[in-house]
Design a protein around this ligand. Structure first.
Ligand SMILES: NC(=O)c1ccc[n+]([C@@H]2O[C@H](COP(=O)([O-])OP(=O)(O)OC[C@H]3O[C@@H](n4cnc5c(N)ncnc54)[C@H](O)[C@@H]3O)[C@@H](O)[C@H]2O)c1
Ligand SMILES: O=C(O)C(=O)C[C@]1(C(=O)O)C=C[C@@H](O)C=C1
Length: 323
């Protein structure tokens, strides 16, 4: 399906917003890109990077006349943004987002939207630990999943059009219920981030191991944790505040399994340890053979099996400065 939007409005222009701007422009999916953000400094940065055509601090002004609006701010800001843009939305527009949680987004955004628009929340399962407008790159979504959660009132044609937009940027699209999305992402993304934040904090607190030893010897597994633990604090604060139930459910299971491992270590139960590690190795191998491991996730490091992107993207750089 060929897809073309007349005016794309991006509310928030950090890693994800700027990557959409670059990818949509490069793939010819939009005519005009209007960008709204909260701070003048970020807006100026976006203008210097030539990410769009219209720049404003007024989200309502940005969405006026837009046929596609994508919220790209931390989810904690969504309700305020939804209230601000609602009166200015054009009838027939598609309103979407990229937030890492979905049920909360539906709960705080849907009540404010007029029923003349199609509300189709989304979530690209792609990112890095960098943030801000300079961190974006056009290839971020290539070969990665984007989950869409169309809401009642959104037409099938609009859902297909939004899916084609993401496919145009190289993504594979899956439709899902918002609550199910939150369960899946709690275990595949939110808990791993919580673990990374925790282990790096624990290492930093150790008295018997010096900070320089932590830095010096963190070439392997710990280094991977430090990358994840460098992710944006505001974005992740909002994820844990807004996906509380699913995170607590998965955290309970995780802690139960961790205590099984603790017991096996305590009792020197070799067969139990080996059996668990054999099972997890097989999972890693099946992820690799399914082509889920991408260059974006392993930024700048060799990786085993890069998937063939849906479109021939070339990765050019490894993310800008955090903003
Ligand atoms: N970083 C990732 O790996 C990743 C991946 C997928 C989805 N997401 C989701 O994408 C969204 C954006 O994340 P990001 O990584 O691009 O963050 P980011 O920090 O790089 O950018 C967020 C942007 O939102 C702006 N902003 C904040 N409050 C605002 C407001 N009230 N009005 C307008 N703009 C506002 C900020 O100024 C900034 O430009 C989040 O909801 C996050 O959950 C992030
Ligand atoms: O690769 C990373 O840096 C990410 O953390 C990306 C990641 C993830 O957990 O996979 C982070 C948050 C998102 O909502 C989607 C993707």
């Amino acid at each position: 399906m060929s897809v073309h939007f007349r005016k794309l409005a991006l509310i928030g222009i950090g890693l994800i917003g700027s990557s959409i701007a670059l990818a949509a422009r490069r793939q010819g999916l939009v005519e005009v890109i209007s960008i709204a953000t909260r701070k003048q400094e970020t807006l100026d940065q976006a203008r210097d990077l030539e990410l769009g055509d219209i720049y404003t601090l007024d989200a309502a002004e940005a969405v006026r006349g837009a046929d596609l609006v994508i919220l790209c701010a931390p989810v904690g800001a969504y309700e305020e943004i939804a209230k601000a843009i609602a009166p200015a939305l054009s009838p027939g527009a598609i309103v979407s987002d990229v937030g890492s949680v979905k049920a909360h987004v539906v709960k705080v955004v849907a009540p404010h939207l007029p029923d003349t628009v199609s509300f189709i929340p989304g979530h690209p399962i792609a990112g890095t630990e960098h943030s801000g407008p300079a961190a974006g790159f056009a290839e971020l979504f290539a070969g990665r999943w984007c989950i869409l959660t169309p809401q009642p009132g959104a037409s099938t044609a609009d859902a297909e059009k939004l899916a084609a937009f993401w496919e145009g940027m190289g993504s594979n699209v899956e439709i899902m219920e918002a609550a199910h999305h939150d369960m899946v992402l709690a275990i595949t993304s939110h808990i791993p981030h919580l673990i990374a934040y925790n282990i790096v904090g624990t290492a930093d607190d150790l008295e018997s191991v010096t900070k320089s030893e932590v830095i010096k010897f963190s070439a392997g597994g710990f280094r991977d944790f430090t990358r994840i633990a460098a992710s944006d604090p505001v974005m992740w604060r909002d994820v844990f505040l807004t996906n509380r139930d699913a995170v607590l459910e998965m955290l309970g299971r995780f802690l139960g399994d961790l205590s099984v491992l603790q017991k096996a270590v305590e009792t020197g139960d070799g067969p139990a340890l080996e059996s668990i590690f054999t099972r997890t190795r097989a999972i890693r191998r099946s992820i690799i053979s399914a082509g889920q491991e991408t260059a974006a996730a392993d930024f700048g490091r060799p990786h085993e099996a890069p998937p063939a992107p849906a479109i021939p993207f070339v990765r050019e750089h490894g993310g800008g400065d955090d903003a």
